[in-house]
Design a protein around this ligand. Structure first.
Ligand code: 5AD
Ligand code: SF4
Length: 460
């Protein structure tokens, strides 16, 4: 007698397809890459770190500086060669360019790199499966960079198991500030905030999957104004309060903020919300008021200092972090010195510093007084030496203290884990894998510019 086959027995197992995703640029792209990977998992794709075995290769790109954008084209050259090599053994490879270069350059990408099959702007990731099936049906290069009416977040599948105890959560996209050097308002469009209820639900789902810390992401995250209860706009502070009530969520962070949107209620949240970590990433870009005006930042160096005083008044231990540009058009030696002075006055726990890079279509790219590459390099080196000093000082000041550390993964050496302090410092300690995902008191024993090492309390 033969058993009657059940439907699932006769269906062929879905063929496993492999996707390789390379992420450039900011944390928002890291979040988007995770969401794309999850959308593709529902279509039978598993992620691979080996591009040679990828049926689908996605470059999730960044357009903020020229170097990042140009790197995409050199990668596309390599992918083209790999695609023709795979074709010789009868294997199909689809090449996709996603992210901000896709948004900014659209069709131009296919003209420069004809091996590309799909160009997809950041607002269209929910349509990835549909585009792939059209490609499989034989359609030639597809380009989609529209800003659709529907909300991509609603159309993307629910979050899958977390890879780490710390996760990103995009709450806001786009920017209306139009700093004269920046492409973001053009590539990511106008500010858009996701509704509070959707974010609380996503945070709950993340916690259920082992996440203990979320970092709320937005190009201008403190400009958040999402729909809350009864349709009222909610501020970032309001959103943080709602998320703080999610059981099991232990830490909340946010990035990146604009000084002009640093409201009183957000500053107050730093005093009142225990789950909100004492770390603030607040770009100032330049210490010269003349340069700040030309950048259209709409704040002065003094405004910035006063703002930090207000934050430190309610949270004296807060770790400050920032973004700085050197060599903006017209920047003189005196302007640059004003930037160095501001850095010394504030004392940053961390900072990202960049040489100005002219971006097509932005007002600053056609300003007079473009600064030579040699001067930019010299200024950046000098600034980074001052910044590194500051980072080291901040870290050294924590030696001897005991801090709660959220352990995230195995360290470089056997028996070691790495995690983050409340101040976002990287901390290494001897600990077994059972501590991954746990918040544990660690006494700091040593500090460098980029990391700390310590000993778990109770194991000394
Ligand atoms: N050149 C150099 N740095 C830039 N940034 C943005 N646009 C440019 C540019 N054209 C920096 C700013 C911003 C960070 C994300 O990148 O400091 O805060
Ligand atoms: Fe770009 Fe930030 Fe300025 Fe917006 S606020 S234009 S994202 S640098």
């Amino acid at each position: 007698m033969t058993a009657h086959p059940r439907p699932s027995d006769v269906e062929p197992a879905p063929e496993t397809k492999r996707v390789f995703i390379k992420t450039f640029g900011c944390q928002m792209n890291v979040y988007d890459s995770e969401r794309m990977s999850e959308a593709l998992a529902a279509e039978g794709y598993v992620e691979t770190a080996d591009v040679a075995e990828a049926d689908l290769a996605i470059l999730n790109t960044c357009h903020i500086r020229e170097k990042a954008a140009e790197k995409v084209y050199s990668d596309l050259g390599r992918l083209r060669d790999l695609k023709s090599l795979r074709a010789k053994s009868g294997k199909e490879t689809f090449i996709t360019v996603a992210g901000c270069v896709a948004q900014a350059e659209g069709d131009e990408i296919v003209r420069r790199a004809p091996a590309v099959d799909l160009v997809l702007g950041p607002q269209n990731y929910h349509r990835l499966p549909e585009f792939l099936s059209r490609l499989r049906g034989g359609e030639a290069a597809l380009v989609e960079t529209a800003f659709p009416d529907e909300d991509k977040f609603k159309a993307l599948p629910a979050r899958s198991p977390a890879k780490s105890a710390s996760a990103f959560l995009t709450v806001q996209e786009g920017c209306d500030k139009f700093c004269t050097f920046c492409v973001v308002p053009y590539t990511r469009g106008m500010e858009f905030s996701r509704p509070v209820a959707a974010l609380v639900e996503e945070a709950r789902a993340l916690v259920a999957r082992g996440v203990r810390e979320v970092t709320l992401l937005g190009q201008n995250v403190n400009g958040y104004h999402g729909e809350g209860a009864e349709g009222h706009a909610t501020t970032l502070a309001g959103l943080i309060r709602q998320l703080a009530s999610v059981d099991g969520l232990q830490r909340i962070r946010y990035t990146t903020s604009h000084p002009r949107d640093m409201t009183d209620d957000l500053i107050a949240a730093h005093a009142e919300e225990e789950k909100l970590m004492p770390y603030l990433h607040l770009p100032f870009q330049s210490g010269s008021d003349r340069v700040l005006a030309a950048m259209n930042r709409k704040h002065t160096a003094d405004d910035y200092l006063r703002l930090i005083e207000r934050v430190r008044a309610v949270r004296p231990d807060i770790a400050m972090s920032t973004d700085i540009i050197v060599g903006f058009p017209g920047e003189t030696d005196a302007d640059f010195e004003a930037t160095v002075d501001l850095v010394k006055t504030v004392g940053f726990a961390y900072a990202y510093s960049f040489k100005y890079s002219a971006r097509p279509g932005t007002p600053a790219s056609s300003m007079d007084g473009q600064v030579s590459e040699a001067v930019k390099r010299e200024r950046l080196e000098r600034l980074q030496a001052v910044l590194e000093d500051g980072h080291r000082q901040f870290n050294v000041a924590t030696v001897g203290k005991t801090m709660p550390v959220l352990f995230e993964k195995a360290g470089r050496q056997d028996g070691q884990l790495v995690g983050r302090s409340p101040y976002l410092q990287l901390v290494q300690a001897d600990a077994g894998p059972e501590f991954i995902g746990e918040i544990v008191d660690v006494e700091v024993r040593a500090a460098g510019a980029n990391s700390l090492s310590g000993v778990i309390r109770g194991s000394m």
